[in-house]
Design a protein around this ligand. Structure first.
Ligand code: GDP
Length: 315
């Protein structure tokens, strides 16, 4: 079995490719919950929903988040009522949040609710939250500390990034913990998720980094930076604000000690020697996922690396 680690959009695209190539019993997808929050009384898990909607083929590819064929009547009502309207909630999407909130209030865990939601849309692979306890990402900015969604959605990542911390002292989710200890685990695959906003929350969970460093299976990460720019989202802006050049090489540095191989796009091939000098194998391959074919091809390349005899690859 392989374990995929995912944030929202970038991780979800690779997860969808992996799910096309691997049987349900051969893949578990663990998803960041640091972005989760309660809004208008509803329990919202943006990355879990992005992964779920993408795997089910229900996501809106134009908008980049939420469900396709969405309508917005409820938002119109909320606006008329003068309620907060900075976080868009589509009518169809609301069903997910209502169901999740209701089941959590009945005492179900986020892992259980996620399994129920996924089953209802026909997903057969395991999608699990990184934690069942609230793990809240807080961003330190030029305007002070902001909760994740305040920074990301309400302020469109405009305040300069200064740092990140996590509130709540969340523990590893039971499913993620058991997969990490499972003798049948064959590989750990980090999708091209934002290494700071989406992957750091995993590393902050007690035991995750130690399990990663002590692993006996290959671990691979895919670069979210292609051609010195982020494919989407604020990663390039954040790296610049951290005083770091925007490159695949700089992302690779963040993963040193945690992975065996780093996947970069063909346009970044000139950076391969410098990444190898960090002690990582480098896989150079088309890494931009624009449709099912490119997602599946990238997934296959990563799986091939993980399945090969490591000694044979290194010599
Ligand atoms: P978020 O939580 O929705 O921001 O999603 P993630 O953290 O999972 O993914 C965001 C990152 O995915 C961004 O930094 C993008 O550059 C990266 N990304 C999005 N699409 C692609 C793609 O097709 N290929 C690669 N290599 N990276 C991508």
């Amino acid at each position: 079995m392989m374990l995929a680690i995912s944030g929202g959009v970038g991780g979800a695209k690779l997860a969808a490719g992996l799910a096309q190539v691997l049987a349900p019993e051969d893949l578990t997808i663990a998803v960041n919950t640091g972005d989760d929050f309660v809004h208008l009384g509803l329990a919202i898990s943006p990355d879990l929903d992005t992964v779920m909607y993408t795997l089910a083929g229900l996501n809106d590819t134009q908008r980049g988040w939420g469900l396709a064929n969405e309508t917005w009547s409820c938002m119109d009502s909320l606006r008329r009522l003068g309620a907060a309207d900075w976080f868009q909630l589509g009518d169809r999407d609301l069903g997910t949040h209502l169901y999740r909130s209701h089941r959590l209030s009945q005492g179900a865990t986020l892992t259980e609710v996620t399994a129920e939601l996924c089953r209802a849309v026909g997903i057969r692979h395991a999608v699990v939250p990184m934690s069942d306890a609230p793990a809240r990402t807080i961003i330190d900015t030029s305007e002070g500390e902001l909760s994740f969604q305040d920074y990301f959605v309400r302020r469109h990542c405009e305040p300069a990034f200064r740092g990140i911390r996590f509130e709540g002292g969340a523990a590893l989710g039971d499913r993620l913990d058991s997969v990490l200890r499972d003798g049948a685990l064959k590989a750990i695959i980090f999708g091209p998720s934002n290494p700071i906003l989406s992957i750091r929350p995993f590393l902050a969970l007690p035991g995750f980094e130690a399990a990663l460093r002590g692993r006996s299976v290959p671990a691979v990460a895919v670069s979210p930076i292609i051609g010195n720019a982020a494919v989407k989202g604020p990663l390039a802006k954040i790296m610049t604000e951290m005083g770091t050049p925007v490159s695949a090489l700089e992302v690779a540095r963040l993963y040193v000690g945690l992975i065996d191989a780093f996947v970069i796009d063909v346009v970044d091939a000139p950076q391969a020697p410098a990444i190898r000098d960090l002690g990582l194998d480098v896989i150079v391959t088309p890494a931009l996922m624009v449709d099912a074919a490119t997602r599946n091809a990238l997934a296959r390349t990563v799986i091939e690396y993980c399945s090969a005899d490591r000694k044979a690859v290194r010599t």
